[in-house]
Design a protein around this ligand. Sequence first.
Ligand SMILES: [Zn+2]
Ligand SMILES: [Zn+2]
Length: 341
Amino acid sequence: MIPETMRAAVFEGEGKLTLKSVPVPQIERDDQVLLKVEAVSICGTDVHIVAVPPGYIATPNTILGHEFVGKVVARGAAVSHLEPGDHVVVNPNDYCGVCTYCRKNLPNQCERIVALGIHADGAFAEYCRVSGKVAYKIDRSVPVEQAAFAEPLACVINGTQKVRLQPGETAAVIGGGPIGLLMAMMLKASGAGKIFLADRAPFRLEAARKLGLGRVVDVSTESLADVVRAETGIGVDVAADMVGSQLPLALDVVRKDGKVVVFGVNTRATAEFPQSLVTFKELQVLGTWLANATFPEAVRVLESGLLDINSLITETIPLEQIHRGLERLARGEAVKIIVKP
Ligand SMILES: [Zn+2]
Ligand SMILES: [Zn+2]
């Protein structure tokens, strides 16, 4: 039976995330499903929301948590594609379906987007209510700790689909956090001939080396541009800025007629570079934001076991330890931490 109350981690305002007892959400619309949360990953965004001052603005009195997998325990009358017991992953950026961008098949650019776990109740809780249209069935054989990667993976696939790296091509991934590592994994799975992974944080460099994704470049002691030029002669085919402030470096290390994908977000970063670089080098600079229609691919990648997702999981913890998990991530001492409510 579904209980009346549940434990949840509620963002109550600046720097304040409180574990408390709250009512279990009820299905209020025919198109909704109620999920029993099985695993939810702590995202860098969660760390930024809880930081003082906040690095990302969330709505106070919201349950955080947006990278998750759950089991359907109830559904509205209009939900026909899911059944109780199904395991589902969720696109937390619920879109309206009828605005101009939604009708252009760009739900990630929806004009009325609602971000679960940021502006509406998310999944650092025992139960979570979502629209059926953003819930995607995933095979039960995928361990829930790995299924929790569907959302970040769908975002990464939105980026890799734009650059369309071909087998044998080279890539530079600037930023070795969890998303940078996922990006490098996807590029490797796409057939990259050589990957350069750049970071300066010791824990991340060590994690990247253990994953064996390619040449790990410690930018505190060596120049990515020098390493890339020495090993490729002309630069990489694809450069990815996973940090959000590294566009000049990406433009520098990419070869002529290459592609640059700008993934990371830092709203305070302003870049200065000679614009003629883009012209002379005939570059394609591509932005990528959230997951577009890439959840089906993310689900298939997870079901196929193509990526070694397990090696990105530093620790699995109960909801009661979420503050310790957030602190560990803030200190840069973990790749991904999974919460099992
Ligand atoms: Zn996230
Ligand atoms: Zn819309």
